[in-house]
Design a protein around this ligand. Structure first.
Ligand code: GLA
Length: 693
């Protein structure tokens, strides 16, 4: 070997060394320099790298990248991998998974793994297992078997959350945190019961006060010591039932705070903290729990059947109302679930339609659960985006289309949010209170809420669902279909709203109860009766519908009828009952009264869909509510998001036929990149329309 050859060899080995060195640092450096800012509309999926050999990760991530997945949620059930024995943490694999994802332009959301404690934990500390209502401890083998109030469980949950936060709180590829997974089941163990009794003491201060508010003179329920107070669920003293649910809500809040504190303390402030909720689920008061979070996120599953834009749309709007800003769909079904009666797959095109329906209601991310089924484990049959062989399933292409469209429409939707003229009031207290004493088994408070929502949504094209104490000053119309429990604070908020020029519409069973789930001493609508200049004389559970007639046409009220009386000269009767049980014959069924510039309306009948349609038109017209994009055929859902460049309309054809929509003026079809005066939508077709720039 001559000099120059030697020199060449040195050069080669040096470059090889440099190359190898670069290769060794490439993952982080490359990703750091190339990972663009998170997109305005994020497509995501739940990925469980701990279930697969590391050698497979890159192939999965490449397929995700191909479908424009830009977010994965990791680790929310991986406690036994993250802490195989007490205090022995192994976070390296998660670090590698996050970095591997980043190499594919994919950000991570880390779930704290506390919904699935490892076997060593519950074996060593059996008190951390929840106890059911019949006094039986749960066991290892499923999830959510932990006791949400147990101090030992909280200590261990905080430690693992802290480890994660310290390791990843400043990682540039981590967007945020999800605490636990779907808070759901309370524990009924003696220790939790003691905490409940202490909670009651803090709320009611004296037993005299509690006994009075719960009217415990009834059935000898009076308490002379706090530790006599039982836990009741389903059937019991209404004050006790409501208190238990409020305690459960506060306990979930403190359960969450326990982890939230260490996540916040160890993370960049830009990283959000959320948890995943379940739409209509009412196992705790979400307004209580969500107040500490940065972002609302929910798990949107159709289950059996097909997308119901009313029930699903309401759940979106309810979730958006938790933080009153855009939210995430952090889980949704790739085609089918595994837990419904019939786990049918959504139609071809329906998953895409649903993704845009989500965005229309204010979702900024849609994330599919899950990427790929574990080969074994409880959810083998659930819908996925790749099969057990790691090869895309037919739906993958449709989700990839959503990914491409999210990228394309992202700039038009960046910075936009939902702004509504109509608010619909929702309260967990009221839903619980009605469900505990339905009085007519067919009186479903959710159906009642949905009946107003279904009719109003096509007119307003966006509705905010809010708690009764929310700031209502920006709304032209506020509808409270079943505000059964009315606290003094909520009553004042509503009265102020009316007096300052708003239109409040109250539906059946409103204001029957006070804040302790006791009867209001005044007839409905209790403290709002003076403003209405009228009241409910009597309510009737119905075993057959009662005819109704008046300003909103003729129809019938099934399930329930409230006999109203106008007690002031300027209180107008809008609707009357026809001949039925004698009591109701010819009596008022709906009243309205102008109060200064405002108005209050009380509807004592359960309106059939046709009458409801006329009634909501009246509500909108008398409140100045406008339809942003008029003359859209029934079955085409229109949603509006607004930003600096005007409204962006999201149209989804959920009807059973193709539809043509004529636009009032030409608009830019964002997905097609063309100016349009009318839009043709096939079944499940989607159009995103923005103002011409
Ligand atoms: C829930 C859970 C997920 C998964 C899905 C299945 O939403 O959060 O872990 O079990 O249901 O539909």
């Amino acid at each position: 070997m001559n000099q120059s050859m030697r020199h060449g060899a040195v050069c080669v080995s040096l470059s090889l060394f440099v190359f190898l060195f670069l290769l060794s640092i490439t993952p982080l450096t490359l990703a750091q320099s190339t990972l663009p800012s998170p997109l305005p509309l994020l497509l995501g999926t739940a990925w469980y790298p701990e279930q697969w050999p590391e050698s497979r990760w890159d192939a999965d991530l490449a397929l995700m990248q191909q479908s424009r997945v830009h977010m994965v949620r990791l680790a929310e059930f991986a406690w036994s991998r993250l802490e195989p024995d007490e205090g022995n943490y192994d976070l390296d694999w998660l670090d590698r998974a996050i970095t591997a994802a980043a190499r594919h332009n994919i950000y991570t959301v880390i779930g704290t793994p506390t919904a699935a404690p490892p076997a060593w934990l519950t074996q060593k500390y059996p008190e951390t297992l929840r106890m059911n209502e019949n006094g039986r401890r749960d066991q290892h083998g499923n999830r959510q078997q932990f006791n949400f109030a147990n101090p030992k469980y909280r200590e261990l949950a905080r430690k693992i959350a802290e480890q994660l936060a310290k390791r990843f709180g400043h990682n540039p590829y981590v967007l945020g945190w999800q605490i636990d997974n779907e808070y759901a089941v309370a524990s009924f163990d003696p220790e939790t019961k003691t905490q409940f009794q202490q909670w009651l003491k803090a709320r009611y201060i004296t037993l005299d006060n509690l006994n009075t508010r719960w009217t415990t003179a009834y059935w000898s329920e009076s308490y002379t010591s706090w530790d006599q107070i039982p836990i009741q669920v389903g059937y019991g003293n209404p004050g006790l039932l409501l208190s238990w649910m409020r305690f459960v809500s506060d306990t979930w809040r403190s359960y969450q705070r326990n982890q939230l504190e260490v996540l916040r303390a160890n993370s960049d402030p830009i990283k959000f903290i959320t948890t995943n909720t379940m739409g209509w689920f009412d196992g705790y008061d979400h307004y209580t729990v969500e107040q500490d979070l940065d972002l609302a996120a929910w798990d949107d599953y159709v289950g059996e059947g097909h997308l119901d834009p009313v029930m699903n749309g309401f759940a979106h709007d309810l979730t958006r109302g938790f933080k009153q800003k855009n939210f995430w769909v952090i889980e949704t079904q790739p085609g089918s679930v595994n837990w419904a009666g019939v786990n049918n797959v959504l139609d071809k095109g329906e998953v895409r339609a649903m993704a845009w329906h989500d965005v229309g209601h204010g979702a900024d991310a849609v994330s599919y659960w899950q990427w790929r089924s574990a080969l074994n484990g409880q959810e083998q049959y659930h819908g996925t985006l790749v099969g057990p062989d790691g090869v895309p399933v037919p739906l993958y292409a449709e989700v990839a289309q959503v990914g491409r469209e999210f990228e394309k429409a992202g700039p038009a939707l960046a910075g936009t949010s939902v702004k509504s003229e109509v608010a619909l009031l929702h309260s967990y207290d009221s839903r619980w209170a009605i469900n505990w004493q339905r009085h007519n088994k067919n009186f479903d408070p959710n159906t009642q809420l949905a009946s107003y929502y279904a009719a109003l949504r096509p007119i307003a094209q966006s509705i905010d669902v809010l708690p009764p104490t929310a700031n209502l000053s920006s709304y032209k119309l506020v509808v409270a279909p079943g505000l059964n429990v009315l606290s003094d604070a909520a009553a004042k908020n509503l009265a102020d709203y009316i007096r300052s020029g708003g239109h409040l519409v109250l539906g059946q069973r409103s204001a029957l109860k006070d804040d302790d789930n006791g009867l209001q001493p005044d007839r409905q609508p209790g403290p709002l009766g003076a403003l209405l200049g009228g009241r409910v004389e009597q309510y009737y559970a119905l075993n057959k519908p009662v005819p109704i007639e008046g300003t909103w046409g003729t129809g019938e009220s099934p399930f329930w009828a409230e006999l109203l009386s106008a007690r002031e000269k300027d209180t107008d009767v809008l609707l009357r009952y026809g001949m039925s049980n004698g009591w109701l014959d010819g009596q008022p069924a709906a009243l309205t009264r102008k109060v200064g510039k405002g108005r209050i309306t009380y509807i004592g009948a359960w309106l059939d869909p046709k009458t409801m349609e006329t009634a909501v038109k009246w509500m909108a017209a008398s409140s100045g509510v406008t339809t942003p994009l008029p003359n859209v055929p029934t079955g085409v859902e229109v949603s509006v998001r607004r930003g600096a460049h005007g409204p962006v309309f999201i149209l989804v054809n959920l009807s059973k036929q193709p539809q043509t929509i004529t636009l009032p003026s030409p608009m830019n079809d964002v997905l097609e990149g063309a100016s349009k005066s009318s839009v043709e939508l096939p079944i499940y077709g989607v159009a995103i329309l923005a103002q011409p720039q």
